[in-house]
Design a protein around this ligand. Structure first.
Ligand code: NI
Length: 190
């Protein structure tokens, strides 16, 4: 089932998400499947639980669309539960990021090249892994979501000012987008 994606301006996107326990979510696999379906339906490469209104440390990624640039990303589909980035290293590099909660805005964002992350997968198996390249980039962007941060928080005050009106329009739902969204400042009846 596709879920509505929460738009920029909703407080859930600013909240630091909390760890989850296996017994608390017996239907976790259904939620994960719904998140993948929602992400694919919106042509995204990552989606975090706060973006569907749940302040949980959970995100999903599928980097396959980037396999033209990095062939090893073909089939790079993963679920991250209770993730913690343990270390980031390497030179910061710019990548033109977008976000399903912030449609039609793309900006260059600088992030370190590599990371080490600890997480559980959808079967509650623990992993500690190193990632680089675009895999690291997607993980960093989604990880920010469970820390209550958006890529727009990383922009210079000038860039932020230049897109301020567009951001307000997104909160109000004054955009056309071809997937289902929930707009925090939308007038009733929209
Ligand atoms: Ni995002």
């Amino acid at each position: 089932m596709k879920l509505p994606i929460i738009a920029y301006g909703d407080p859930v996107l600013k909240r630091v998400a909390t760890d989850i326990e296996p017994h608390e979510y017996p239907n976790l696999k259904t939620l994960i499947a719904d998140m993948f379906e929602t992400m694919y339906g919106a042509k995204g490469v990552g989606l975090a639980a706060p973006q569907v209104g749940l302040s949980m440390r959970l995100f999903v990624v599928d980097a396959t669309p980037f396999s033209d640039d990095e062939p090893e990303l073909d089939g790079f589909k993963k679920t991250f539960i209770n993730a913690r980035i343990l270390e980031e290293s390497g030179e910061e590099w710019p990548f033109n990021e977008g976000c399903l909660s912030i449609p039609e805005i793309r900006e260059d964002v600088y992030r370190p090249a590599n990371l080490v992350i600890s997480y559980y997968d959808e079967d509650w198996k623990h992993h500690q892994q190193n990632f680089g390249g675009l895999a690291a980039r997607i993980i960093q962007h989604e990880y920010d979501h469970i820390e209550g941060k958006l890529f727009t928080d990383k922009l210079s005050p000038l860039r932020k000012r230049l897109i301020e009106k567009k951001l307000n329009d997104i909160s109000k739902g004054n955009i056309s987008v071809d997937y289902k969204m929930k707009f925090p400042a939308a007038k009733k009846g929209r």
